[in-house]
Design a binder for this molecule. Structure first.
Ligand code: SF4
Length: 329
């Protein structure tokens, strides 16, 4: 690991000024991703600004019924919080499906959203990678593709976003509050992460120095929700694919649905086409299958990840069947 300077800022504005004005500065929260990347010399910031005690570590119920989650809340505290478990079980399940107990004790909500891809080539400086070093190429295009994207990828990068938590939050219409040099602003979480296009080095729409303060979850109408994840090991493994679903039924008709996919794109993937196809429809296996196939019509698989298309289809169908009480054939 290369030498670096460790700093603690007096307040949020001071931290933002340091990082905004120094392209070689980075924020440190739980460190569960950044420190690994520094050890691998994939990232080598000269200055690290510790923000763990600058942003809130509380989960609050707001007057309008929304829930505000501070950026320094740990994954352990979020996953086990009674309010989250009662109102947003899909989020609790997603958080507890990620990483290991030890990592969840350190990892924070803000850091979880901004973690980097676990593409093996991104983490190996001896290989070409447009995300790590723009213009060098993409080793994954002719290499190991098991963890890679089938939706929204480009010829420059086929990496996936690794967060489980973000997939559930996208399905819940979460909004991120950010502090930048010019003050605070809110960004719908579904717009925070980017598709790779020809600039895969940019993971998000954030500007240099922007610091995530909190995530707001709007109140949800009475809905049953679920997060299901398929991975190569029973724990401590990233998703091959996952789905977050929340469904409100009126008799046997789907009154409302929120659906998002993980492990299949450069960002948590909100399945808008599938939602539109199912809203107002009777809950049946045929309807679920047609909806997810409509969403996957634009999927482009590589030889090493073709299995993800039927895997995701079957995962979504079985998740929706469970939530709506439909029996699978
Ligand atoms: Fe790099 Fe993206 Fe290619 Fe992985 S998929 S090697 S992160 S450019």
């Amino acid at each position: 690991m290369k030498p670096f300077q460790y700093q603690r800022a007096g307040d949020v504005a001071a931290a933002v000024r340091v990082v905004a004005n120094n392209p070689n500065a980075a924020y440190l929260a739980g460190g569960t991703n950044l420190v690994d990347l520094m050890k691998l010399e994939v990232q080598s910031p000269e200055v690290i600004v510790d923000v763990r005690e600058l942003t809130s570590n509380r989960i609050e119920l707001l007057d309008d019924g929304a829930v505000r989650i501070g950026a320094s809340v740990t994954n352990t505290d979020l996953g086990s919080d009674p309010l989250i478990r009662e109102r947003y079980p899909v989020l609790s399940e997603a958080v507890l499906a990620g990483a290991s107990g030890q990592l969840r004790n350190l990892a924070t909500v803000g850091g979880n959203l901004l973690q980097n891809t676990r593409c093996v080539y991104f983490q190996d400086p001896s290989t070409p990678c447009n995300k790590r070093e723009p213009g060098t190429g993409c080793a994954a295009l002719t290499g190991f593709q098991r963890q890679h994207a089938i939706l929204g990828a480009s010829e420059h990068c086929i990496a996936t976003h690794p967060s489980d938590m973000a997939v559930a939050m996208v399905a819940l219409d979460a909004v991120v509050r950010v502090q930048g040099l010019d003050g605070q602003r809110s960004i719908p979480l579904v717009e925070l992460h980017r598709l790779p296009g020809d600039t895969p080095q940019k993971n998000t729409v954030l500007e240099r120095g922007d610091l995530i303060l909190s995530v707001d979850l709007p109140p949800v109408p009475a809905a049953r929700s679920r997060y299901l994840k398929v991975r190569d090991r029973a724990s401590f493994a990233f998703a091959l694919c996952s789905t977050a679903a929340a469904v409100t039924m009126r008799d046997d008709v789907i009154d409302d649905i929120r659906l998002a996919f993980g492990g299949v794109a450069h960002k948590p993937w909100r399945a808008v086409q599938a939602e539109d196809a199912l809203r107002g429809e009777r809950a049946t296996v045929d309807a679920f299958t047609a909806a997810v196939e409509a969403e996957l019509a634009g999927a482009r698989a590589m030889p090493g990840n073709q299995f993800k298309i039927p895997l995701l289809r079957n995962l979504v169908v079985s998740t929706l069947a469970e939530l709506t009480g439909v029996t699978l054939p």
